[in-house]
Every structure is written in structure tokens, then in C-alpha cells.
Design a protein around this ligand. Structure first.
Ligand code: NAD
Ligand code: UFG
Length: 338
């Protein structure tokens, strides 16, 4: 199975390429390296034993996409490429709508011309907004509170309409909860540029001495310890979820929507404690004000993916934190620069 992987040099895409290769699939990576480094390709090769084809291109370049899909006999597309920083999306909404929404429309148009009719899209639990209850099932109402979330929601809606009008397509929306962790070899991991927005990269940079302390955004939420609760999922489990989606519904006409989460919630302080014990390093923190737009708690009901994809998150919190630490401690500055 030849699969075009947009954003395949990024955090989730690179791990997914490894799991795809391990399952006998052939990923063809299409990425403009806006938020990743070319050395990721060496790491994928080192871990998987295969060097995927890499095309340095932008998903808004329709003619290049068509050419690549035809040249490589592409049958499916996994679409990771996009911008993902919530705060930045508030400052630069146009860039987010252009990259995430327009970029996806160009990609689908190119697929149509290249006669490729199977798409897996990286969506997010952010489309559930502030859920009325937990755990969250796929039929919960959707909403958005910032341009990033709105771009994901808009793409979901565009793809839903498109699939309705094109019933011979398979379109899968995977709603990720909070991806964390790294490849267990420590060769690949998350390498955010600048100050990390997300909890785990920040915690690991504190543990490795790159930052002084963690700011905990609020301890007055209606949760047992007052800090926010999320469904952290190991990036390797998430990657396996993409392989399962391609295998189970990639050739099945229809619109398929799945939560990819564990079904367990952990608080910010749970994560700090788990990280301290995995790393043996202290993670000093200070409680500060809540971050605008954050919700108290969010975790998945993953039953639909279990039943229909035969996929279940298996890796423990210990593995999430140990694997993050292995990557962070052996690559304190992330991937080597070109
Ligand atoms: P990432 O930034 O590490 O990877 C995205 C990749 O896409 C990067 O390599 C970047 O260079 C590339 N890219 C961006 N714009 C592009 C363009 N116009 N053309 C070609 N390539 C482009 O992000 P990630 O964490 O791996 O996330 C992958 C996807 O999953 C994103 O769509 C993101 O919104 C979604 N997602 C991520 C999370 C998370 O917490 N990491 C949660 C839910 C959903
Ligand atoms: N947090 C801190 N300090 C930090 C960073 C985060 O206390 O420095 C807290 C947050 O308040 C939250 C929890 O840690 O309670 C997790 O925060 P993240 O930023 O890691 O993750 P979010 O749940 O806010 O957002 C993530 C992705 C979004 C995605 C969303 C839902 O960043 O892209 O999950 O899927 F939309």
C-alpha cells in the first residue's frame, strides 16, 4: 500500500511512518519542513531500516501533489500537515485558515485529479470544545474556541460535505486526544521550536535543565487536585491507530470518525509526578493563573475505535514518561540542525 503522508517529518507523522513500514506499507513523505528538520528522515531510516521517499513540498502546491501521487501510485493519503499552536492561531488566524483549511482543500482537489479516494485526516479533541461531560463519544456536539480549533472543525465539515457528494470515497477523521511520548529507541521524539506550548515537552525541558520551572496553569479547577485533566496517549499507540484505520476502513466507502485516546484522565500534577519518577529529576513548578481557553477535563470514550478498528491504546503512563525522557535526555537540543 503506497500512502502519501503529508506532514510526515513532524512529530506524529514520523512515528506513524515507522509503524507503517513495520506493517508493510510504503509511506511517501510530503512536507515543507516548516516545523521539522530534514534529519528526521535519517532517524526514520535508522529505526525502521527503510528510507522513505521524501518530497519537500507545500500542500498548497496542487500540481506538485498531483505529480507525486501519480509518480508513486498513491492509493491513500494520511494528512498530518498543518499548523498546530493554539496561541499563535489567535495572533495569525489567516495563516492558520490558509494552511489548515485551504491546504486541505487543495490536497483533496489534487487527490480527485489523481484519482486517489482514501483520506485519513488528523483532527483533534479540540473540536469537542468544552464538553458537557466525560468521557467523550464521537457523537458529542462540536464547537471551537480559537482559530486553530475552528480550522479543524471547518476541515471536518468540508470533508463531511465532500464525502456526502462523493460516496465512493473513504474519509476518516481521527480525533486525537493529547499525544505524548517518543519512539522507545529514543531516536525520534517531539522537538518543538522555541518555548513549548504543551505540557509534556515543557516538563521534559525543565527536567533536562533547559528551563527553570513549569508554570501550572491554575489549581482551582473542579478536579481532585484542582489542575486540568487530559487523556494523554502515547504517540506509538496513536501511530498504530493510523495503521489500523488504513487497514480497516481505508478502502471502505463512507465517512468514519474515531476518538484516539486511552479513556484515562491524568492531572497536570499526576504528569509531573510520573515524569519525576521516570527521569529521577526534580520538576520544580509554580502555580500561576489559568490559561485562557483551557477546560477543566477532557478524556475519550475510545470504545468505537476498539470495536470497529480493533485498536486500543496499550502503553502505560510509565512508558509515556520514560520514553519522553529517553528522547529528551539523549537529545537535549532536539534533532540536529541542518
Ligand atoms: P508537527 O508540527 O510536528 O508536524 C506537522 C508537519 O507538517 C511538520 O513537519 C510541518 O513542517 C508540516 N507542514 C506544515 N504546514 C505544511 C504545508 N503547508 N505543507 C507541507 N507540510 C507542512 O505537528 P504534529 O504534532 O505532528 O501534528 C500533526 C497533525 O496532528 C497536525 O495536523 C495537528 O494539528 C494534529 N494534532 C496534533 C496534536 C498534538 O498535540 N500534537 C493534537 C491533535 C491534533
Ligand atoms: N499546562 C500547564 N502548563 C504548561 C502547559 C500546559 O499547566 O506549561 C496544562 C494545561 O493547562 C492543561 C494541560 O497542561 O491542563 C495540557 O495542556 P496542553 O497544552 O499540553 O494540551 P491541551 O489539552 O491544552 O491541548 C492539546 C493540543 C491541542 C489540541 C488539544 C485537544 O495542544 O492542539 O490538546 O486535542 F487541540
Amino acid at each position: 500500500m503506497n500512502v502519501l503522508v503529508t506532514g510526515g517529518m513532524g512529530y506524529i507523522g514520523s512515528h506513524t511512518c515507522i509503524q507503517m513500514i513495520q506493517s508493510g506499507m510504503t509511506p511517501v513523505i510530503f512536507d515543507n519542513l516548516y516545523n521539522s528538520k530534514s534529519s528526521v528522515l535519517d532517524c526514520i531510516e535508522k529505526v525502521s531500516g527503510t528510507r522513505p521517499v521524501f518530497i519537500n513540498g507545500d500542500i498548497r502546491d496542487k500540481s506538485l501533489l498531483i505529480k507525486v501521487m501519480k509518480e508513486h501510485d498513491i492509493e491513500n493519503v494520511i494528512h498530518f500537515a498543518g499548523l498546530k499552536a493554539v496561541g499563535e492561531s489567535v495572533e495569525k488566524p489567516l495563516e492558520y485558515y490558509d494552511n489548515n483549511v485551504n491546504g486541505t482543500l487543495v490536497l483533496v482537489d489534487a487527490m480527485r485529479e489523481a484519482n486517489v479516494k482514501s483520506l485519513v485526516f488528523s483532527s483533534s479533541a479540540t473540536v469537542y470544545g468544552d464538553p458537557a461531560s466525560v468521557p467523550i463519544t464521537e457523537d458529542f456536539p462540536t464547537s471551537a474556541t480559537n482559530p486553530y480549533g475552528r480550522s479543524k472543525l471547518m476541515v471536518e465539515e468540508c470533508l463531511t460535505d465532500f464525502q456526502k457528494a462523493n460516496s465512493d470515497w473513504s474519509i476518516t477523521l481521527l480525533r486525537y486526544f493529547n499525544p505524548v511520548g517518543s519512539h522507545p529507541t529514543g531516536e525520534l521524539g517531539e522537538d518543538p521550536q522555541g518555548i513549548p506550548n504543551n505540557l509534556m515537552p515543557f516538563v521534559s525541558q525543565v527536567a533536562v535543565g533547559r528551563r527553570e520551572f513549569l508554570s501550572v496553569f491554575g489549581n482551582d479547577y473542579p478536579t481532585p487536585d484542582g489542575t486540568g485533566i487530559r487523556d494523554y496517549i502515547h504517540v506509538m499507540d496513536l501511530s498504530d491507530g493510523h495503521v489500523a484505520a488504513l487497514e480497516k476502513v481505508g478502502a471502505k466507502h463512507g465517512l468514519h470518525i474515531y476518538n484516539l485516546g486511552t479513556g484515562n484522565g491524568y492531572s497536570v500534577l499526576d504528569m509531573v509526578k510520573a515524569f519525576e519518577s521516570a527521569s529521577g529529576k526534580p520538576v520544580p513548578y509554580k502555580v500561576v493563573a489559568r490559561r485562557a481557553g483551557d477546560i477543566a477535563e477532557c478524556w475519550a470514550d475510545p470504545a468505537k475505535a476498539v470495536t470497529e478498528l480493533g485498536w486500543k491504546a496499550e502503553r502505560t503512563l510509565e512508558e509515556m514518561t520514560q520514553d519522553t525522557w529517553r528522547w529528551q535526555s539523549s537529545n537535549p537540543q532536539g534533532y540536529p540542525s541542518e
